[in-house]
Write a protein that binds this ligand. Structure first.
Ligand code: PMT
Length: 400
């Protein structure tokens, strides 16, 4: 499966280091050439000999080892890698890479490589939730580094929570996807994300709870698969993803204008944005005074339905919408799929725990124009995005 690919497997010092041996076995079985780099603390948990026996190659441990440098060296490791996979990746390792610290063989190799890098973090759940860790993680993701989300469960320290190293097979699948998947190379993908704001006056607006996470995950997944990605984003609190052309907008009308301007260049359009259907008829130039009345009325007028307009001029483009519903999910999603002339719609019931606005996970169903419905379990938004792109690429003309 991975014949001809070179994977550097980095192992850092966590209790889950023993699972890296099983991961290595899967990588070897797939036909990849594997070189293992261990940090000093990793060697406290498992010996290099195990990895040497499984990989059939010497294990690299020291930055300044004359013998190891002569044999292969950190620059050579960095150059020959198709993928650097770090499993388990400790908070310390992630923090170092995010902050440009290269003080051992593994961090130096990561710094020097142009290959894709995939981290499989494993740590105590409090460390995982620590804002410092999360900031480092987000920074690396924005820079184009890849992550396999840790699993929930009982941790080595006795805690229950998120932070467990995922199953080696799952990590292997992510590695394989990264090594094999450039299926959107040469394609332009237009993604919308986030809410829109409809101003009432200079200090107030109508909006919704969209964080942009779903749309940004789609944009990053498309970029990772080799696409040119144009992301049109409403106001959100997320970093602009590296390698993605991001256009910031505020209102539905601005989003409409930006989407229509770029749509002609797109092979695939995915509209994850939560666009306000209405805006105030009048926007006050000054802050509207509350006056003495107990009630007030804001008259609203319809915003352009961007997706419906794209559906009317679809051409050979693949057009995918999202449907955020609070009742009769399938019925409403089907109506939108048909009325907006879409190839597919991603339906999410935003009242369900673990689905919809703001969180890192979603629970969705993919509804296709041919009537097929694919019901999916709770997944991270990154996983939903990747699966959505699997389905979308199959719809692109060259795959017909
Ligand atoms: O951003 P997150 O916090 O990660 O949350 C993700 C999400 C819940 C916002 C996302 O999963 C989602 O469901 N997005 C669509 C939300 C929405 O506005 O749904 P809708 O059913 O109102 O709209 C249907 C489709 O028409 C959407 O693709 C929307 O982008 C599009 N639309 C809607 C109105 C409008 N005026 N123009 C549009 O293009």
């Amino acid at each position: 499966m991975l014949q001809g690919k070179c994977v550097i497997l980095g192992v850092t010092g966590g209790i889950a280091a023993y699972k890296a041996a099983e991961l290595l076995r899967l990588l070897v079985k797939s036909g990849a050439e594997i070189h293992v780099v261990m940090t000093r603390s990793a060697q406290e948990f498992i010996t290099p000999l195990t990895f040497q026996a499984l990989s059939g190659n010497p294990v690299h441990t020291e930055l300044f080892s004359l013998i190891q440098e002569q044999e292969i060296g950190h620059i050579s490791l960095a150059d020959r890698a198709d993928l650097i996979l770090v499993a388990p990746a400790t908070a310390n390792l992630i923090g170092k890479v995010a902050n440009g610290i290269a003080d051992d063989l593994l961090t130096t190799t990561i710094m020097a490589t142009r290959a894709k890098v995939l981290f499989a973090p494993a740590m105590n759940s409090n460390m995982w939730e620590n804002p410092i860790y999360q900031e480092n993680h987000a920074k690396l993701e924005d820079l184009g580094y890849h992550f396999v989300e840790p699993a929930y469960g009982e941790l080595a320290c006795g805690w229950q929570g998120k932070g467990k190293l995922p199953d080696p097979q799952e990590i292997f699948n992510s590695a394989r996807a990264l090594l094999g998947n450039n299926d959107l190379a040469g394609k332009t993908v237009l993604v919308t994300a986030g809410p829109t704001r409809e101003e009432i006056d200079p200090v107030r607006f109508l909006s919704n709870h969209s964080s942009g996470k779903m749309g940004y995950a789609v944009a990053c997944a498309a970029r990772n698969r080799g696409a040119r990605v144009v992301l049109i984003s409403g106001p959100v609190n997320l970093h602009e993803p590296k390698g993605v052309e991001t256009i910031q907008v505020v209102s539905a009308r601005e989003m409409h204008e930006a989407v229509m301007k770029m749509a002609g260049q797109a092979d695939l359009i995915i509209k994850a944005a939560a666009v306000a259907d209405f805006r105030p008829v009048v926007r006050g130039d000054q802050k509207v005074k509350k006056g003495s009345t107990e009630t007030t009325t804001i008259e609203l007028q319809r915003n352009p339905d961007i997706l419906a307009e794209l559906g009317q001029q679809k051409g050979s483009r693949v057009l995918i919408g999202f449907a955020a519903e609070t009742e009769e999910l399938l019925k409403h999603a089907r109506e939108k799929l048909a009325s907006k002339n879409l190839d597919m719609i991603v339906a999410n019931d935003v009242t369900q725990e673990g689905a919809g606005f703001n969180g890192d996970t979603n629970i969705v169903r993919f509804l296709s124009a041919d009537g097929h419905v694919e019901e999916l379990p709770q997944m991270t938004k990154a996983e939903v995005a990747d699966l959505l792109l699997d389905r979308a690429t199959a719809l692109l003309p060259q795959n017909c």
